[in-house]
Design a protein around this ligand. Structure first.
Ligand code: SF4
Length: 287
C-alpha cells in the first residue's frame, strides 16, 4: 500500500496564529475565554478545553471581578460586538481574527463608505459573513449570493457602483464565473480577489491527489465548511472519498486499497493527521 500525504495539510496560518494566541495567554496563567467556537474541530477544541479555555457565546456571563483574556476567533466578530468588547473593564481582548478575514472587513468598510453597493459571494449563516456584513456602510445596499444563478438574478441598475468580494474560503472557480458574469453586466464595478491562497492551494492539490489514488481520506471535523468543501471538490474526480475525524474511524477495509491519499481541512491539527497516518504505519508513507 502507498500513502500520499498532501503538502498543504494541518492548520492554515490563520488558525495556527489564533491557537498560538490562546496558548500564550494560557501560559501566562490567565483565565482565557473564547467568544464562540475557535475552530470547527471537536478534538482540538476538547484539547484546548482541557488546557483551561472556556467557550462563551455571550460576554455577559464572564466574571469581570477578575482580570481575564478573551480571544476573538479567526472569523472575526461584528463591528458593534468588537466595540462593545473594548469598553469592558478587566478583560484583555486578544484579536484572533485572521489577517486575511480582516482585510475583507477593511475593503468592505472603505468601498461601501465611498458609496459602492456590495455583492458578497458567501454563506449567509457563516460567522465570517455575519461579521463582515456589519462593516457595510448603512448608506448602501448589500447582497449575499451563494452561486452564479443568484448573481444572474440580482436586481441592480447597470450604472450603480458595485463592490464584489468573496468569503475567504469559498470555491475559487465559482467565484471566477460570478466575477466574469458581473463584470460583463455592470459598468461601474470593483472586484477584489479575496479568497485565501491557502484554501486555493488545497483545492488544487486535492484535485491532483484525488485523480491518482484509490481512496481519499479528508481529515477534519464533519461540520467544518472547508473540510466539506474539499470532499465536494474531490468527489468530482474520485468516488471513494471519506471524511475521517479520528483514527478510530479508520475501517478495516481501508487497508485493502493500494493507494490512499490523505488531505485535511484548514482547521485540522497536524497531530490529528499524524494519528491517522500512524494507523497505516505498517506501510511506507510517500509524501
Ligand atoms: S483559511 Fe485562510 S482566511 Fe481562513 S483562517 Fe485560514 S488563513 Fe485565514
Amino acid at each position: 500500500m502507498k500513502i500520499r500525504v498532501a503538502k498543504n495539510i494541518g492548520f492554515c496560518s490563520g488558525v495556527n496564529r489564533a491557537i498560538n494566541l490562546v496558548e500564550n495567554e494560557l501560559k501566562k496563567g490567565n483565565k482565557v475565554y473564547i467568544l464562540g467556537e475557535l475552530l470547527h474541530n471537536k478534538q482540538e477544541m476538547d484539547r484546548l478545553q482541557r488546557l483551561g479555555i472556556e467557550v462563551v457565546e455571550d460576554v455577559s456571563i464572564i466574571n469581570t471581578n477578575f482580570r481575564c483574556s478573551l480571544v476573538i476567533r479567526t472569523h472575526g466578530v461584528a463591528r458593534s460586538v468588537y466595540e462593545e468588547l473594548l469598553r469592558l473593564n478587566n478583560i484583555n481582548i486578544i484579536d484572533g481574527t485572521c489577517p486575511i478575514v480582516k482585510r475583507n472587513q477593511e475593503i468592505t468598510k472603505e468601498w461601501t463608505n465611498k458609496g459602492y453597493n456590495v455583492i458578497i459571494y458567501g454563506d449567509p449563516q457563516h460567522p465570517e459573513i455575519t461579521a463582515l456584513i456589519s462593516y457595510v456602510s448603512p448608506s448602501v445596499k448589500s447582497y449575499i449570493i451563494t452561486c452564479k444563478e443568484d448573481a444572474e438574478n440580482l436586481d441592480i441598475l447597470e450604472h450603480d457602483k458595485i463592490l464584489v468580494i468573496s468569503q475567504t474560503t469559498k470555491q475559487v472557480d465559482e467565484y471566477k464565473k460570478i466575477c466574469d458574469l458581473l463584470t460583463t453586466k455592470y459598468k461601474n464595478i470593483k472586484v477584489f480577489n479575496t479568497i485565501c491562497k491557502e484554501t486555493i492551494n488545497r483545492e488544487k492539490e486535492v484535485v491532483e491527489i484525488a485523480k491518482t489514488v484509490d481512496l481519499l481520506i479528508v481529515v477534519g471535523g464533519k461540520h467544518s465548511a472547508n473540510t466539506n468543501k474539499l470532499m465536494t471538490i474531490s468527489k468530482n474526480y474520485n468516488n471513494n472519498v471519506i471524511i475521517v475525524s479520528s483514527e478510530d474511524e479508520i475501517e478495516n477495509d481501508f487497508f485493502n486499497y493500494r493507494h490512499i491519499g490523505i488531505i485535511s481541512g484548514t482547521s485540522t491539527p497536524m497531530w490529528q493527521v499524524k494519528k491517522i497516518i500512524e494507523k497505516f504505519s505498517t506501510v511506507e508513507c510517500k509524501t
